[in-house]
Write a protein that binds this ligand. Structure first.
Ligand code: GLU
Length: 331
């Protein structure tokens, strides 16, 4: 672990942090061969399997970036954090928690086994597809463009520009995602959906196809780390109780079936997606020595080669290393 020094915010210490991260990215890039890019959405198969990038932005603005930081990718499941936040802002937390639970499933993200076998009354959490599609169905608006607009508006506030849709990925998922359609029909049959199934799925495929970079993910992570408040203007971008629920869900359900291991070995609220993105929100921590990013930070990672759990293989290892070196765990 790095030694504590008096102040990690000087230019010289930033250069140290940068050189550490450059070395770690170079090292973990060699691990990308242990994973495979997702192919079940055909367009995602075109990603560069050797890419690895990370951005860390501290509450004081201290920024470290390394690797493929400018390569855009689709946000995929990380959008489920945003749609849940927007739905809570539109409908209220109580309303949403009546419709979707906050428990880890231990099943694949696109499974409906629990819903079927245990006859539970609502999807187990908003980050499995059944829960996410249910959440998307509650968004205000009649068309998919109306429903997705507040997600774009929230993103624009946080990242400072309006992101675009990757139309090729959107069409690729729309035309191939039989499983999500099956989930949609199941949810329709069981009465979970609150709007037209096709509009809901169209919105869901669109939200997954929003193009971002690791810088964008780090900015979103930073707002969450800061309980929803903009670090410069102090504006409440996300109400604090909603930001806290989002982080709790990220910690317990954010990394597919590896969420428990990730919480144990890395210890930060995070969410991953099949395109290889990971967002992390590191709240301020209390330690005796002065450590890098002590006042909290947001992290964005991109590495499209995935492990067996569907998480970025080198991204997870890189994050675990950074977290252990800089003692980022919230525990
Ligand atoms: N659009 C993807 C799907 O629904 C997102 C999955 C993910 O990133 O986990 O299958």
């Amino acid at each position: 672990m790095v030694q504590g020094i008096a102040n990690w915010s000087t230019e010289q210490s930033r250069e140290w942090l940068q050189s550490y991260v450059d070395d770690w990215v170079a090292f973990y890039r060699k691990h990308t061969g242990d994973g495979k890019v997702a192919t079940y959405i055909p367009e995602l198969a075109k990603a560069n399997p050797d890419a690895l990038g990370i951005t860390i932005i501290g509450k004081n603005g201290l920024t470290v970036r390394s690797g493929e930081v400018d390569e855009p990718f689709t946000i995929q499941s990380i959008s489920k954090v945003l749609s849940f936040i927007v739905a809570c802002m539109e409908r209220g937390v109580a309303y949403m928690l009546d419709r979707v639970d906050v428990e880890p499933t231990g099943e694949a993200f696109n499974s409906i086994m629990h819903l079927e076998m245990k006859q539970v009354k609502k999807p187990l959490n908003p980050f499995v597809n059944a829960g996410a599609i249910t959440v998307t169905s509650t968004l205000n608006g009649r068309t998919s463009d109306e429903k997705i607009e507040p997600i774009f508006a929230l993103l624009e506030k946080i990242i400072g520009y309006r992101p675009s849709l990757d139309i090729d990925v959107y069409e690729s998922e729309r035309d191939s995602s039989m499983r999500n359609r099956a989930i949609g029909y199941y949810l329709l049959e069981t009465g979970y959906l609150e709007s037209d199934m096709n509009t809901t799925l169209e919105t869901y495929f669109k939200q997954c196809s929003i193009k971002v970079t690791v810088d964008d993910l780090a900015r979103i992570g930073l707002i969450l780390a800061n309980d929803g408040e903009d670090i410069d203007t102090f504006e409440e971008i996300i109400p604090r109780p909603i930001a806290r629920i989002a982080k709790a869900l990220m910690l317990t359900c954010g990394m597919y079936d590896a969420s428990g291991k990730f919480a144990t070995y890395v210890g930060i609220p995070a969410k991953s997606g099949v395109s290889g993105g990971i967002i992390g929100a590191v709240p301020p921590r209390v330690r005796e020595e002065v450590l890098p990013f002590m006042e909290g930070c947001g992290i964005g990672v991109y590495g499209p080669a995935l492990d067996d759990n569907g998480n970025s293989v080198s991204g997870i290892r890189l994050l675990r290393h950074v977290a252990s070196q800089w003692d980022l765990s919230i525990f």
